[in-house]
Design a protein. Structure first.
Length: 616
């Protein structure tokens, strides 16, 4: 054993003393960082490679040859290290790539960084760097990738940045950079990705010189305080794939020059102050366009048919002042899954073939003036996850094919002029958590198929003309939190199973024709907050157990034929609203609710704010 250790000792010592100069620089660098995770733990003399001298085997270090040669790359990303930028790195003369991405590098970036003569890529994104951007950065003759995203750099972008000779990607997203975007940026002819989003620039127009960046593929200027029109010069960006000018204060119209961006895939112009009509023609050249968002502007006029004839995946035009019909051709896209048109003045019917060729996941056409029926094909592909059709003027029936929507998650058809019966399968959509049909003219009964809606949490079907009994199957909806069915024409007794809905917090069935007693097991609804059974024909006694609904704070049983005494236990509840008036109740009001302030001055049925009492 001892002999073995001795052997190991003499065998390794010679190597440990012959770490090369680059290794020593790196060790010195490591000493400059707080290293709580021990990232640098293998940066030592016994872990040498390449004939025993180089640091090429150290974590994060790459050399010109595998395991040997000179250092070409130091990758310290996600290392959880803290300290200032180690300019010592530039002593490694062959270094091409430096990444300190996602650490706690603080202080300013030294001008001497320009001594890293062979640097091709510098990634310092997601650190704590402050101060100005070094003007000397553009002196790095080989630099192609510069990512300073997510720091606290301030001051202006130096005009000298126009002198970058080989730069392909510049990202300064999420910093505190001010001033104007310098026109000189338009001189970096090699640039492919320019990402300056989310900086507090001074309010200023988009420099038209950016149109000179004809190699640009990505231009992100979201949240840059940009004013004025979208310059026509941007039409020269023939290679552009992704344009994001959202969240600025751009004015004027969407220029027809935009349609010259023939390779564009995504256009984001939402949340600006754009006005006027969309260009009517030219869109058909943009055969690659898949996603366009011009929501939250002040656009007027119609949606161009040419735009809708593209193979769009996503069309967002919500919260504008658009009008007219949605061109039928939109349903020809086999990619469309996301359509948000809410908050405009669109009219006419929805495209009849919508959903026929593509699995819709999100459709929100609420707050418009649409009319007619819901397209029968809407769920043909079965992918609809959210259907929002609030505040429209739809009329007609919901098509039977809805029952095949396996992935439908949220259905909101509220506040329209929809009518007809709900297709039987529609009640039992297995994935739906929200079913909102409120404020239409629907008729018919709640189907027994509702038993299949195991994920249903909100059932809001009030203000319609539904009739018949509530099916006993309602008791199987173990996830139901809210059941609002007031102002309908329901009748019959409440199914006993309703007391099995353990998650129920709100039960509102006022203004219907229910009869029979209030189920005795009502105290099982332990989470019930609001119980409104007003204006029905309920009879019999109020169950004593109602006093055990400990979180109940709204109780309205008024306008029924309830008789007997008011259960004493009611005074254990902390009710904000209690209305028992217009019943056949007798006896005393529980003392806590009999206070003078609650009692109507006429001594008659108590209709005062929040409280009522039995008729004497
Ligand atoms: C040196 O690095 C090796 C990993 O190669 C590690 O196992 C060892 O603990 C390190 N030695 C010291 C003194 O940190
Ligand atoms: C390189 O380091 C690993 C552990 O990080 C070690 O297993 C291996 O032996 C080292 N190679 C050389 C040549 O030292
Ligand atoms: C950043 O680094 C930490 C380790 O320090 C890691 O847990 C985290 O996931 C990293 N974040 C990202 C976005 O990579
Ligand atoms: C930079 O980080 C180091 C290590 O955590 C810390 O000691 C130093 O105070 C920090 N400097 C600044 C200017 O925040
Ligand atoms: C970065 O700026 C933000 C916002 O001004 C500030 O809250 C934060 O403390 C700054 N962090 C550093 C490291 O300067
Ligand atoms: C750089 O940009 C400025 C402003 O756009 C321009 O006046 C100048 O001629 C450009 N310089 C070169 C060398 O292209
Ligand atoms: C631009 O910045 C955003 C936000 O950091 C990021 O998600 C996106 O990937 C960046 N795009 C490019 C092309 O760098
Ligand atoms: C750059 O664009 C501007 C405005 O679009 C133009 O006046 C200028 O001549 C262009 N410069 C070069 C070098 O192409
Ligand atoms: C719209 O953009 C402005 C900046 O111009 C921003 O402050 C605001 O939060 C954005 N609103 C939305 C809803 O994104
Ligand atoms: C519908 O889309 C297909 C491609 O999916 C295309 O070939 C066809 O021409 C389109 N029809 C019309 C009427 O534009
Ligand atoms: C029901 O909801 C749960 C939890 O949100 C989800 O995991 C499950 O897939 C849903 N079931 C259906 C049939 O969508
Ligand atoms: C109590 O119910 C009666 C009958 O439904 C109604 O007329 C009255 O407005 C209600 N009082 C309050 C305070 O809600």
């Amino acid at each position: 054993m001892t002999r073995f250790l001795y052997f190991v000792f003499i065998f390794f010592i010679p190597f440990s003393v012959s770490l090369n100069q680059e290794g020593r620089f790196l060790q010195l660098l490591a000493l400059g960082f707080d290293d709580v995770n021990g990232f640098f733990s293998d940066w030592n003399e016994s872990n040498v490679a390449g004939g025993g001298e180089t640091p090429c085997n150290w974590t994060g270090v790459t050399c010109s040859k595998p395991g040997t040669g000179f250092v070409t790359s130091v990758d310290l990303s996600n290392a959880n290290i803290a300290g200032t930028f180690p300019v010592l790195l530039c002593r490694l003369t062959g270094i091409k790539f430096i990444s300190l991405y996602n650490n706690s590098v603080n202080g300013t970036l030294p001008e001497e960084l320009s001594t890293c003569r062979n640097l091709v890529g510098l990634n310092l994104a997601q650190n704590l760097l402050t101060g100005e951007l070094p003007v000397t950065l553009s002196e790095l003759p080989e630099l192609k990738f510069l990512d300073l995203t997510g720091n606290n750099f301030s001051g202006d972008i130096p005009a000298s940045f126009g002198k970058f000779e080989t730069l392909e990607a510049l990202s300064l997203v999420d910093n505190l950079i001010g001033g104007r975007i310098p026109a000189e940026i338009g001189n970096i002819s090699t640039l492919k990705h320019l990402n300056l989003s989310y900086n507090p620039f001074s309010p200023a127009p988009i420099p038209p010189e950016l149109g000179n960046l004809t190699n640009l593929q990505v231009l992100w200027l979201a949240g840059c305080n940009l004013l004025g029109p979208i310059p026509d010069s941007l039409s020269r960006l023939g290679k552009l794939v992704d344009l994001d000018l959202s969240m600025n204060k751009l004015t004027g119209s969407v220029p027809s020059s935009v349609t010259e961006l023939v390779n564009i895939v995504q256009i984001e112009l939402y949340n600006n102050s754009l006005t006027g009509e969309l260009p009517e023609i030219g869109w058909s050249k943009m055969t690659s366009l898949r996603r366009i968002d011009i929501s939250m502007n002040m656009l007027t006029g119609k949606v161009p048919g040419e735009l809708c004839s593209l193979q769009l995946e996503s069309l967002h035009l919500y919260e504008n002042d658009l009008e007219g019909e949605i061109p039928e051709i939109l349903s020809n896209s086999s990619n469309l899954y996301d359509l948000r048109l809410f908050g405009n003045r669109f009219s006419g019917g929805l495209p009849a073939g919508l959903g026929k060729k593509s699995p819709l996941t999100w459709v929100d056409v609420s707050n418009n003036l649409f009319s007619g029926g819901i397209p029968a094909s809407l769920c043909d592909k079965g992918g609809l996850e959210e259907l929002l059709m609030l505040h429209n003027s739809f009329s007609g029936e919901i098509p039977a094919s809805f029952s095949t929507c396996k992935s439908l998650k949220r259905v909101r058809l509220g506040y329209n002029k929809l009518s007809g019966e709900i297709p039987v399968g529609f009640w039992g959509l297995p994935g739906v958590s929200l079913l909102e049909l409120v404020g239409n003219s629907f008729t018919g009964v709640i189907g027994k198929t509702v038993a299949g809606a195991g994920n249903l949490s909100t059932l809001n079907i009030g203000n319609n003309m539904f009739s018949g009994e509530i099916p006993v199957e309602i008791g199987l909806l173990g996830s139901l939190v809210e059941f609002s069915g007031g102002n309908n024409r329901f009748s019959g007794e409440l199914p006993r199973g309703i007391v099995d809905l353990e998650q129920l917090t709100k039960l509102d069935l006022h203004n219907n024709g229910f009869s029979g007693g209030i189920p005795g097991g009502i105290d099982c609804l332990k989470k019930l907050n609001e119980l409104n059974l007003a204006n029905n024909k309920f009879s019999g006694h109020i169950p004593d157990t109602i006093g055990e609904l400990s979180v109940l704070n709204y109780l309205d049983l008024s306008g029924n034929q309830l008789s007997g005494k008011i259960p004493f236990g009611i005074q254990n509840l902390k009710l904000n609203q209690l209305n028992l008036s217009s019943n056949l109740l007798t006896g005393d009001i529980p003392p806590v609710y009999a206070k003078k302030s609650y009692i109507d001055s006429r001594g008659g049925p108590l209709l005062g704010p929040g409280v009522a009492r039995a008729t004497p």
